[in-house]
Design a protein around this ligand. Sequence first.
Ligand SMILES: *[C@@H]1O[C@H](CO)[C@@H](O)[C@H](O)[C@H]1NC(C)=O
Ligand SMILES: *[C@@H]1O[C@H](CO)[C@@H](O)[C@H](O)[C@H]1NC(C)=O
Ligand SMILES: *[C@@H]1O[C@H](CO)[C@@H](O)[C@H](O)[C@H]1NC(C)=O
Ligand SMILES: *[C@@H]1O[C@H](CO)[C@@H](O)[C@H](O)[C@H]1NC(C)=O
Length: 319
Amino acid sequence: MLFLLLPLLTALFPGGDSDDPVSFHLLQTSTFNNHSWVHQGSGWFGELQTHSWNRSSGTIIFLYPWSRGNMSNKELMDLERLVQLYFMNHQDFYISQLMFKDEFPSLVAADCEQHSGKGFLGLVQVAIQGYDFISFQNETWSPSPMGGRKAQKACNLLNLNQVYTNRKHWLLSYACPRLISDLLDGGKAHLQRQVNPEAWLSSGPSPGPGHQLLVCHVSGFYPKPVWVMWMRGEQGQLGTQRGDILLNADGTWYLQATLDVAAGEAAGLACRVKHSSLGGQDLVLHWGAPQSALGLILFAVIVALVLLTGLGFCFWKRW
Ligand SMILES: *[C@@H]1O[C@H](CO)[C@@H](O)[C@H](O)[C@H]1NC(C)=O
Ligand SMILES: *[C@@H]1O[C@H](CO)[C@@H](O)[C@H](O)[C@H]1NC(C)=O
Ligand SMILES: *[C@@H]1O[C@H](CO)[C@@H](O)[C@H](O)[C@H]1NC(C)=O
Ligand SMILES: *[C@@H]1O[C@H](CO)[C@@H](O)[C@H](O)[C@H]1NC(C)=O
């Protein structure tokens, strides 16, 4: 069944009372090259990777202690065997039954989403060489219009296989919702954590003669929602351009906000950041001001050293 998925909709983490769906995605990439297969799998809870697949041992790797949910050892072993078997069937199906030749990468994405009030949505999509091939929803496989005769044939064969289709349906409509509820429960402390942003300013590439690009970097924050604006006094600058919010390797987020200003007009501008972790105390960085406490401390230390050596020198002279 499964291993893989397409981040269909960007599911944000449960923000408590929000309507964002909570989702779990399984992603499988399989490549067949020079007569040998490589299968890779990963599991994602919203945008957070929680699982991966150990190819050498054929076992699931839990990236967090709570990724395992409430699965017993027996359930875990059954699931791992199911995945191993699934990979073997996948190979046999595409090569022996559909007659795909060498060098084809495939991507399988299995998604289940919980919408508040609307229940569950489960979906599996298969893409081959970058094109949609077939998909599974409501207990039925359907060919993609781009899949051609092979996709039609694949669906005919898969829809005849009741055992396989039932198992897939069970995974999407029973196992996956249960995993989501276990992850929400077990991962609560991790998912509801608050991490303060750090911010710093820099100049970007010049947007043109007589212009300057001011860049405000905000990084290391969690959760994702954040507000960043270039300001002059209390006045938000409408020219502020927000970049995409990017994921840092440690699971926190990064964003930059830029402002194109005429040279000489940068003085008096500041970057203001609001984030839930700051408890209402916005972070404000003034363009041209000493940027970090570290800079101030270094400056203070140097002044102190100069004074002390000066003082020492005086004492030495008096002796
Ligand atoms: C393909 O596999 C064979 C046997 O496994 C190996 O001898 C050969 O070097 C491989 N060719 C390439 C291009 O990897
Ligand atoms: C994958 O399995 C191999 C063999 O059992 C083991 O040596 C290796 O540490 C495992 N890798 C991870 C990341 O768990
Ligand atoms: C999972 O286990 C925890 C503690 O063992 C328990 O509190 C929780 O209710 C269980 N969740 C489910 C869905 O069974
Ligand atoms: C699947 O079933 C649901 C309700 O059972 C229905 O609303 C939806 O349109 C169906 N989707 C497809 C692709 O048949």
